[in-house]
Design a protein around this ligand. Structure first.
Ligand code: ZN
Ligand code: ZN
Length: 302
């Protein structure tokens, strides 16, 4: 399972009992990433057994409080508990200033290094890569500058079909060629790659899109994602409110999922005006069938 996503907070604006504000923990190919960090995130991590000292990267979508006010407490606790490994935070312009200013005024000297990288893009942009994953950012449409993220596995070499190794008596050079995706060319025959391997597996990906109006380019940017989290703050009976506050309806989210041909849609960032999520879910389901409403503590495996 390359992707393990834990919903730490699925609400919007104000934390309420049973529904925290936005935060998620993503483990993709053993890279531990926190996405947004609303107030109370560190307690949610304890509750849902996410080890916060193992987090390597934090991605902050925008500077509304329900997406980053938990950062100060989390960064501080990591230091009090003796963290020594560097923590890298990706987020909008101004985030570093706010965080550093807070610790400067309270004369706190952290036990580890904090590194910031500003995210500010007008198109889909690669913001991080290592040998097994890529992370892209793209602009959303909200009241302040806001970005979505696509976390994606890099293609892995095809696995060998062991029976075929014996059948064709493949040499080491031939196996290495097959693992590079090449056909095996011999003097007297050519063995197509798919004949000796199990083929290239689909690269799994996770798209995170919160706090946004409908974005026309979004389906192209997250095309074919395995899993999509899209905010659905309102139902379409509150479309005016959604437009005025820079948010989406459940139907908007489902339209994005359908146009992007994702495998699964998770709705979240619900307005606390809704006592349950049934109305949001059925509105989305009319457009896109494979949909779930996020609850705090939910785990999605891909
Ligand atoms: Zn929000
Ligand atoms: Zn917002």
């Amino acid at each position: 399972m390359p992707i393990n996503l834990t919903i730490l907070g699925s609400g919007s604006a104000v934390p309420i009992l049973g529904r925290g504000v936005t935060a998620q923990h993503l483990n993709i190919n053993e890279r531990r990433i926190l996405i947004d960090c609303g107030e109370g995130t560190q307690l949610q991590m304890r509750k849902f057994r996410v080890k916060f000292q193992r987090i390597q990267y934090i991605f902050i979508s925008h500077l509304h409080g329900d997406h980053f006010l938990g950062l100060f407490g989390l960064i501080s606790s990591m230091s009090l508990l003796g963290r020594t490994t560097k923590l890298k935070i990706f987020g909008p312009e101004g985030l570093e200033e706010i965080v550093r200013h807070q610790f400067k005024l309270s004369q706190v000297y952290l036990s580890y290094e904090l590194e910031f990288e500003v995210i500010d893009c007008k198109e889909k942009t690669l913001v991080f890569e290592d040998n097994s994953i890529e992370i892209y950012a793209f602009p959303l449409k909200h009241r302040v500058k806001c970005h979505g993220f696509l976390f994606q596995e890099k293609p892995r070499p095809p696995k060998m079909d062991k029976a075929k190794i014996q059948k064709y008596k493949l040499t080491l050079e031939e196996i290495l060629a097959a693992r590079r995706g090449e056909d095996i060319v011999r003097a007297d025959e050519t063995l197509p790659n798919l004949d000796v391997t199990h083929g290239v597996e689909k690269c799994q990906s996770y798209a995170y899109c919160t706090d946004t109006r409908f974005v026309e380019k979004l389906p192209a940017w997250i095309d074919g994602a395995s899993l999509l989290y899209h905010e659905a703050t309102f139902t379409k009976t509150h479309t005016d409110r959604a437009k005025a506050t820079g948010h989406s309806t459940a139907e908007d989210a489902a339209n994005i999922a359908k146009l992007a041909k994702v495998d699964q849609l998770i709705l979240g960032h619900f307005s606390s005006r809704y006592k349950d999520t049934e109305g949001l879910k059925s509105e989305a389901k009319a457009v896109f069938d494979n949909v779930k409403c996020a609850e705090d503590g939910d785990v999605y495996l891909v």
